[in-house]
Design a binder for this molecule. Structure first.
Ligand code: GDP
Ligand code: IMO
Ligand code: MG
Length: 440
């Protein structure tokens, strides 16, 4: 049995879509296990750029079966739109896209409640993507959710929707002073999904179990990033699911013993969309430069991403939680042209240095990053395909990351396109890896 999990190690947008697309030729199934249309996974080849929100990033490889697991919260409108887009591009989805009958649905009232709650939180708002993710997971765990299987039975759907909307309307009007939703209008709209979604719906955990026993190779595609995990992230400024490795087991129904490879996707610097603490954030021209050169604008909401230096304290923590077996470093090219590149190796808090990543935001908000500095490089690396093509300074930076995390690097991405990758024989030399300076 072989399951490879691709995990975002930071706050999302590490380049998971690109790496999953790249690995797809070597697998049979690509499966999403958590999150929903809050994800925006970008894939580029030639002059084309595609952003996927729900459909797994293996869809552009005809031999791959793409699967949306029970752990995902599915917006029926968003999935049908995405399916249409993929078909319009000339790709067949019939028989290749499977949706779990157990996945919970995102309904218009989830978005309405999220919007009202964010408005009420004011300065304490999370800065969500507005896709209804949190309220949909609340309903799932409150055991009041509506699932994909319910879409296939009009009577059940009507009954469940009526009850849910009446309750949500009471909350919207009574608690949030917001407008309620029209019960009949929503029912009429959503009963129509039965025949549209039916061809894709199946028992995906059974399907995966049989596939694994038959020796099929499965790639589980994480959405968001480990620091947005509802348990291990910067709570409450997190998403409502488990992007970390355990989410793959509960969100797909694959046993932990089947997972043999865990690839951590690490952007060569840090970004974050939405609110919450971000110790290495750069509020200056250096941060602006990373945003401009890295084109750091949200793939789902278009919001500018906050940018900062790489944070090894956070990465050591997410590497530990996920048991990473490999690293894929992305966006290395964005660092080209910087005289100095900084990496945070510890936090200073209360006059003391620590390498512990605090789980409480009150502390994380107050820590000061302790940096080491690396010499930059000026050579264009976007055409690099082998380790030897990278300047010595870039190799030193990579080597330091790999050594600090104790995990080998198997891929280095040097541009957004499929072929911009160093993946064959990624061997890091043992040259002096000491940083050029410390402090500040
Ligand atoms: P995901 O959510 O983790 O799949 O990442 P996103 O797609 O939201 O954001 C990553 C962005 O960086 C996308 O615009 C990608 O096309 C782009 N990208 C991925 N890898 C590289 C890289 O190595 N270099 C550059 N310059 N861009 C990259
Ligand atoms: P991908 O898969 C980056 C962030 C939001 C917000 C917080 C909660 O593309 O890496 P939510 O809508 O999930 O309730 O918002 O999480 N967030 C992401 N940030 N990439 C993502 O997905 C994200 N999905 C959610 O900005 O801070
Ligand atoms: Mg993204």
């Amino acid at each position: 049995m072989s399951v490879t999990v691709v995990i975002g190690t930071q706050w999302g947008d590490e380049g998971k879509g690109k790496i999953v697309d790249l690995l797809s030729p070597n697998v049979d199934i690509v499966a999403r296990y958590q999150g929903g249309a809050n994800a925006g996974h970008t894939i580029c080849w030639g002059d084309e750029t595609f952003v996927l929100h729900l459909v797994p990033s293996g869809i552009f490889h005809e031999h791959v079966t793409c699967l949306i697991g029970n752990g995902v919260v599915l917006d029926p409108v968003a999935i049908m739109e995405e399916i249409r887009m993929i078909r319009d591009l000339g790709y067949d989805v019939d028989g290749r896209l499977l949706i779990s009958h157990d996945a919970h649905l995102i309904m218009p009232y989830h978005k309405r409640i999220e919007e009202a709650r964010e408005r009420m939180r004011d300065a304490g708002a999370i800065g969500t993507t507005g896709r209804g993710i949190g309220p949909a997971y609340v309903d799932k765990f409150a055991r009041t959710g509506i699932r994909v299987v319910d879409l296939l039975d009009r009577d059940t759907l009507r009954r469940k929707l009526k009850r849910a909307i009446e309750e949500k309307n009471a909350v919207l009007r009574g608690v949030y002073d917001a407008d309620g939703l029209d019960v009949e209008q929503i029912i009429e709209e959503y009963v129509e999904f039965d025949s549209l979604i039916d061809p894709f719906v199946t028992d995906t955990s059974q399907y995966l179990g049989q596939a694994l026993r038959a020796g099929k190779r499965v790639l589980a595609e994480g959405a968001q990033g480990s620091l947005l995990d509802v348990d291990f992230g910067t709570y409450p400024f997190v998403t409502s699911s488990h992007p970390t490795v355990g989410g793959c087991c509960t969100g797909l129904g694959v046993p932990p013993t089947a997972v043999d490879t865990v690839i951590g996707i690490v952007k060569a610097y840090s970004t974050r969309v939405g609110n919450g603490p971000f110790p290495t954030e750069l509020d200056d021209a250096a941060g602006e430069r990373l945003r401009e050169v890295g084109d750091e604008f949200g793939a789902t909401t278009g919001r500018p991403r906050r940018c900062g230096w790489l944070d090894l304290v956070a990465l050591q923590y997410t590497s530990m939680i996920n048991g990473l077996t490999e690293l894929a470093i992305t966006k290395l090219d964005v660092l080209t042209g910087l005289d100095t590149i900084k990496v945070c190796t510890a936090y200073r808090y209360d006059g003391k240095e620590t390498t512990r990543f605090p789980s409480e935001v009150q502390t994380l908000e107050k820590v000061e990053p302790v940096y080491v500095s690396f010499e930059g490089w000026s050579e264009d690396i976007t055409g690099a395909r082998r380790m030897d093509d990278l300047p010595a300074a870039a190799r030193r930076y990579l080597r330091f990351l790999s050594d600090s995390l104790g995990v080998r690097i198997s891929m280095i991405s040097t541009g957004p396109k499929r072929d911009q990758i160093v993946s064959e024989s990624v061997v890091l030399d043992t040259a002096d890896i000491r940083p050029v300076g410390t402090g500040g």
